[in-house]
Design a protein around this ligand. Structure first.
Ligand SMILES: [Zn+2]
Length: 302
């Protein structure tokens, strides 16, 4: 559809109409697909709207006066407090959305998650992983961190995975406390366990794999599954000798390391966004983007 300008007699297009046509085409495609796949031939189009999302973002925005452009950190904080204080108690006055009490969103975000579908990872764009041998990681900030993280991992594994198993203790733990672990202990209490060399090496490789993938594929769907697949392709676990717990320990190490390193990476990005840290890696496009975003918002604030 187009319009003729009376004064200039030129043809003009209105963006709203173009977008409307676009939406209709999308709906047509959707209807065809659900008819073919599920045999559903009629759909109540009223259900196809973004009001729940608009309501949710409206609530986030109205958290703490005028929270209009929150950083991921600020968004998370606002979301947590909304979750406790009820997700939708304030419905934006004068908004063009129907009050929905966020039932749908609540279902998607909080109560779902039970269904586990088969996930196929696209491995075509995985970067080559270069492992830095532990001996070459000489920066105490890195080695110290690794020793601490490994110590933390076994502390949990000892409690939840292998309990009193002596064979596992031989594989995972050492009698000698690593150099940097001492500095983390205080009040003469031993909070952490001393990791064996094999475990340290393995955690170091897990760290390299995690960061290599996060750095390049952060936006990919099913990131954790992707990381797990690559870990199984590249990292050996034959140093774990206890047949009874081997499988459980591998599973535990992969899960906890993914969770830990992804969380840590996001924390670093948040710090860059808040200018608590500089971008320390030129090859990392996400850190650069975070730095740039901070500079942009900072200029605006001035
Ligand atoms: Zn065992």
């Amino acid at each position: 559809m187009k319009f003729l300008n009376v004064n200039t007699s030129s043809v003009e297009y209105v963006p709203t109409l173009n977008n409307w046509v676009w939406t209709l085409e999308g709906i047509e495609l959707l209807l065809k697909k659900i008819a073919a796949k599920y045999g559903v031939t009629s759909v109540w189009l009223r259900h196809l709207n973004q009001d729940p999302i608009e309501n949710f973002f409206g609530s986030i925005r109205s958290q703490g006066c005028r929270n209009v452009n929150p950083t991921p950190d600020g968004f998370e904080a606002a979301f947590s407090s909304l979750l406790i204080n009820s997700l939708t108690s304030v419905h934006a006055a004068g908004a063009n959305c129907e009050v929905d009490d966020c039932h749908t969103l609540h279902k998607v975000l909080i109560t779902s998650g039970g269904c586990k579908e088969q996930i196929n990872c696209d491995l075509s764009e995985i970067p080559d992983i270069e492992f830095t041998p532990l001996e070459d990681k000489s920066d105490p900030r890195i080695v110290g961190g690794l020793q601490y993280v490994s110590g933390y991992f076994i502390k949990i594994a000892k409690k939840k995975v292998f309990k009193g198993c002596n064979e596992c203790k031989k594989d995972l733990m050492s009698n000698q406390e690593p150099e940097y672990l001492k500095y983390r202990e205080y009040a003469n209490k031993k909070w952490l366990c001393s990791p064996s060399d094999s475990l340290l090496n393995c955690v170091s490789n897990l760290q390299d794999t995690n960061y290599a993938i996060i750095k390049t594929c952060l936006e990919k769907n099913h990131l954790k599954e992707l990381i797990k697949t690559v870990i199984f392709m590249h990292i050996q676990f034959d140093w774990i000798k206890c047949e009874l717990h081997k499988e459980k320990i591998i599973d535990f190490l992969i899960n906890i390391s993914c969770r830990f390193f992804i969380y840590n990476y996001c924390k670093e990005i948040n710090k860059i966004l808040l200018n608590r840290r500089e971008c320390d890696d030129d090859t990392d496009s996400y850190k650069w983007k975070a730095r740039k975003l901070y500079m942009k918002c900072f200029k605006r604030k001035k």
